[in-house]
Ligand binder design. Structure first.
Ligand SMILES: Nc1ncnc2c1ncn2[C@@H]1O[C@H](COP(=O)(O)OP(=O)(O)OP(=O)(O)O)[C@@H](O)[C@H]1O
Ligand SMILES: [Mg+2]
Length: 427
């Protein structure tokens, strides 16, 4: 694992942060300071420093090499530069039928691209990719795009989505990712009117463990990375339901110089953001642990973190279910009825205890992600004996009506749930 100082900056300048990076030059992009504004057409990145190849450089060849199981911080991102025409072609001109979803910063399409970038060594093999097309004109979108390229372009871990490349032409900013055929955890947990099978307990546990490993990797890399936007829609599932964290648009480098936190504009998603961060703009590594706790709670209950269509007093999942988590009998009441018969109460209770710890208001009292991984490994190992499956969780039936009936799950892009402080602080 390399030294992060040399990894996230684009030049040898040691204090360079991902936010302070790219600005266009006629030949490409060079380092700018945070006062730099605006952007225009560019065909690619160029190194701005005299530090030889210590900064970004992008090959034109896609690499689909194996990801190291423990993750690594690449010296250089190996990102392919796509032309807009190529991506337009890959998505049949961004045809509606290729639309996979829409987030706060743009639409995501499924496309097919040549496996090899080099025109001279075309394999003829097409691979499926997910192409995120950012809303043009949005400065915020541009910042997120930069952050995605800078973080995800260099981080490599089995539980992080692979960024394959990008396109920047005129006002068009696009990102190209590996395609994850099972979509987001959010879809599986909350879109109940589809033909999707409910996620089983075992799958939920393996997803929880996978994303916990991904976060642990981020938090324990040479220089910590705070992910900042942990939520069910940012957890994507591959064909085997292995979970991968996506969307590094809000990621930040962790505190340095002996500081315990970074101070930043409050951004993220209501219901998932840690209370200390929302209240003060102080972002700790453990602020991610809170968001992780919220997702655990969503997996246990099958309910959204925030649902304004639930009765008053139940709209905020953490507040509502808090009193039920520390008592085995009460816990049954709030468990997702679709998990009936699949889990041992002992395992569910252990998971609930971990959830409670992750959701502690005092960020210092939360476990770190390595500890969370250890607990989840234990929980995952508890298998329900076949004969117990029939009645384990049976109490759910009559008691969890509120949950199953939750009449409407608002789109999480509901502007009521996405937040951004009005504070003028620059992140
Ligand atoms: N690599 C991918 N493979 C398959 N589907 C994807 C991929 N990336 C995104 N999607 C789909 O596109 C949807 C939109 O993703 P996007 O990241 O833009 O928004 P979001 O995560 O839903 O919201 P937000 O903007 O708040 O992060 C996802 O929920 C998912 O269903
Ligand atoms: Mg997302």
């Amino acid at each position: 694992m390399g030294n992060l100082m040399g990894c996230f900056g684009l030049s040898a300048t040691p204090d360079l942060l991902p936010e302070e990076i790219l600005t266009p030059t006629s030949s490409g992009i060079s380092v700018r300071n945070s006062s730099g504004k605006g952007y225009s057409s560019s065909k690619g990145y160029s190194e701005s420093s005299s530090s030889g190849n210590s900064g970004f450089s992008f090959g034109d060849q896609l690499s689909f090499g194996e990801t190291s199981p423990s993750g690594e911080l690449l010296e250089k991102p190996n990102l392919r530069i796509f032309s807009f025409a190529e991506l337009k072609n890959a998505t049949k001109n961004f045809k509606t039928e290729t639309l996979l979803g829409e987030g706060g910063f743009g639409r995501v399409y499924k496309g097919w691209i040549d496996e090899k970038a080099n025109v001279y060594s075309k394999s003829g093999v097409k691979i499926a990719v997910a192409i995120k097309k950012l809303n043009s004109e949005s400065m915020q979108g541009f910042e997120e795009w930069q952050s995605e390229v800078n973080f995800l372009g260099r981080l490599s871990h089995p539980n992080l989505v692979k960024l394959l490349g990008y396109c920047w032409e005129d006002k068009e900013l696009l990102l190209v990712y590996e395609y994850l055929p099972k979509g987001s955890l959010e879809n599986h947990l909350f879109r109940r009117n589809t033909s999707m099978e409910p996620l089983s307990w075992d799958r939920r546990m393996s997803i929880a463990l996978g994303v916990a490993r991904g976060l642990a990797f981020l938090h324990n890399s040479d220089k910590q990375v705070i992910y900042r936007d942990f939520k069910a829609s940012n957890i994507l599932l591959d064909v085997n339901y292995d979970a991968k964290i996506s969307d590094f648009g809000l990621a930040k480098l962790g505190p340095s110089g002996g500081n315990s936190h970074v101070t930043t504009r409050v951004m993220g998603t209501f219901g998932y953001a840690a209370p200390e961060y929302v209240a003060t703009g102080h972002l700790y590594v453990n602020s991610d642990v809170y968001g992780f706790g919220v997702v655990l709670l969503e997996m246990l209950t099958g309910c959204r973190a925030v649902d304004l269509n639930r009765p008053k007093g139940q709209q905020n999942l953490v507040e509502w279910t808090g009193p039920y988590l520390s008592n085995k009998k009460k816990l049954r009441i709030i468990m997702d009825a679709r998990l009936e018969g699949q889990y041992s109460l002992k395992a569910a209770f252990e998971l609930a205890q971990l959830t409670v710890k992750c959701l502690r208001v005092d960020h210092k009292a939360r476990p770190n992600m390595k500890e969370a991984v250890q607990v989840l490994q234990k929980v995952e190992a508890v298998k329900v004996k076949k004969e117990n499956r029939a009645h384990s969780g049976a109490a759910n039936n009559k008691n969890s009506d509120n949950f199953r009936r939750s009449p409407y799950h608002p789109q999480h892009h509901d502007p009521r749930t996405r937040m951004e402080s009005q504070s003028p602080q620059v992140r």
